[in-house]
Write a protein that binds this ligand. Sequence first.
Ligand code: IMP
Ligand code: MG
Length: 182
Amino acid sequence: MAEKKQIGKVLFSQEEITRRAKEIGKQIDKDYEGEEVIFLGTLKGSVPWLVDIMKYTTVDSKVDFITASSYGSSTTSSGVVKITYEPRINMYNKHVIVVEDIIDTGNTLKYLTAKLEERGPKSVKICTMLNKESRRVADLHADYVGFEVEDLFVIGYGLDYDQKYRGLPYVSYLDETDVESL
Ligand code: IMP
Ligand code: MG
């Protein structure tokens, strides 16, 4: 039977996201004054948020990307994580800010930040657009959080379901009323 997926209401509009990115950008500028940071975006979902953070910070920065795939069902991660794209940039003795779209269980970032620590950075912090605190399994603290979000399967502004919806200029959710299985 065909699945009917519907895009729900707008949870966070472009304007709200921009406003938070500006606030967080200012905070990052303050926290890293006189320093250089590496923004490490997690592919693919963090891209729109990473662009905002880069636009609204003036601190010296470089950018690179990392891809971590987490094995599990399509909607929840298992904690078994594989890094499928390794950043080339030298992180030794550098401040790294991992820029993420959403933290759910926290398993992916727990693994990823532990791997990054092996490269001897001066510090590693996390800047996530969305945080689903209620779903946290791993002991993981996000330093900069755009918005807390309830336990919905969110899409848009980089977030996908089955690689779709990443281009929506706002964050919404999949209305599951007609979805047989996610
Ligand atoms: P975690 O390891 O459970 O924290 O999962 C993190 C990753 O799962 C995120 O980087 C997303 O790629 C994906 N993810 C978790 N929740 C959602 C969601 O509601 N919508 C889309 N992707 C999600
Ligand atoms: Mg992700």
